[in-house]
Design a protein around this ligand. Sequence first.
Ligand code: ATP
Ligand code: MG
Length: 249
Amino acid sequence: MVEKGHPRYKSLKLREKILEAYHKGVLADAGIIAHGRGEAFDYLIGEKTRKPAARAIKAAAALLLLAKNPVLSVNGNTAALVPEEIVELARLLNAKIEINLFHRTPKRVKLIEKILKEAGAEEVLGTEDEKLKHLKGIKSPRATASPRGIYIADVVLVPLEDGDRAEVLKKAGKAIITVDLNPLSRTSQKADISITDNIVRAIPLLIKYVKKLKDYKKDELKKILEGFNNKKNLEYMLRLIDLQRMRKL
Ligand code: ATP
Ligand code: MG
């Protein structure tokens, strides 16, 4: 049991959730390691949503509201940490939810589908019942997508995504938004909008922004996007944790 007054209380609670998901078979062991990497970056940014992240979240809300076919991609870590929030976000945006696993096994897909359904999802794509397609004819196992989801999506939210997969999505012409605590990861560097924040804080704030911007006119949403520069924003994030300087030493 973690005591509430412990300085790492929230972080340790998340660890418990991750380990529980791992023991249930929802997460691959690589998922625990990915979480650990995320934890380290969260420590460096002060375990709170920093200004550049909030700006990226606002831009992400605008882009998702402008999308014709938005899709929220879900992996094991996302299902373990924010299933209800993903379902609520999908409902607000009229977006599809698609399971997208790096370490894909039929058992893990089933378990994640169950978590999402229990969280209230009416439809979950990317399951074993579907015949997945290959994006742009790319024959890599990293390029599979649901023909009703990511395959036809214009905007995809891919939290904690692998760099190779992010690249495949970009090559297929998708606009991608990621939530990734490491501003230097290939995914953060490749995404159109990179939210450098913990997914447990980012998705609730994204929900707030979507609610706030829901009635904005298209032009107003486009203005928000035009005022956002992902490259600069990532630079601010790097400066904030001083990794930039560390790299030059
Ligand atoms: P890339 O393949 O993009 O270069 P990577 O190989 O370093 O990244 P992956 O394991 O492929 O890392 O992706 C997981 C990413 O998710 C890591 O960058 C990690 O920092 C991040 N991450 C882990 N847990 C969280 C979390 N709770 N919230 C946000 N990001 C997280
Ligand atoms: Mg990777």
